[in-house]
Design a protein around this ligand. Structure first.
Ligand code: CTP
Length: 135
């Protein structure tokens, strides 16, 4: 039984998020997802998420491919999260390539190719543009 873990904000849930989570689950038997807290997201991306952490957590928890969720409070606690969850594999999108190689001593680190042409940021931009064109 292999435990896979991944981390992310998963704000304004989209198909790139779903593909990443489904492929992550296929690498093992259990998928655990650490959802960035609102405070961590502000620190990491310098913006407030559209959906608060409890809503993002509820959405991810409801997916068939996800077995467990928790709130990730701090990037510095990543090693603890991996150890406490007994993770065999850490999965991240390839926008993070190389950034988590330090954890290769306690688990396998795999970077999956991002789904092209979609991101939370681009969706928000499209919505903003549409709003402007209706004025
Ligand atoms: N992801 C992906 N393909 C995409 C977008 C995201 O595989 N098109 C992956 C990321 O690589 C990450 C996880 O989904 O492992 C969560 O990404 P997140 O940062 O929450 O999503 P983004 O859409 O990249 O958000 P933003 O635009 O705010 O950076």
């Amino acid at each position: 039984m292999k435990k896979v873990i991944t981390f992310g904000t998963f704000d304004v849930f989209h198909i790139g998020h779903l593909f990443l989570l489904k492929r992550a689950k296929q690498l093992g038997s259990q998928l655990i997802v650490g959802i960035s807290s609102d405070t961590l997201n502000l620190k990491k991306k310098n913006k407030h998420p559209i959906y608060c952490q409890d809503e993002r957590l509820a959405i991810i928890r409801s997916l068939k491919c996800v077995d467990e969720v928790f709130i990730e409070e701090s990037l510095e606690m990543k090693r603890n999260y991996l150890i406490n969850n007994k993770a065999d594999i850490l999965v991240m999108g390839d926008d993070w390539t190389g950034k988590f190689d330090e954890f290769n001593d306690i688990c396998r680190v795999i970077y999956l190719e991002r789904t092209p042409s979609i991101s939370t940021t681009s969706i928000i931009e499209v919505i903003k543009m549409k709003k402007i064109s209706f004025l």
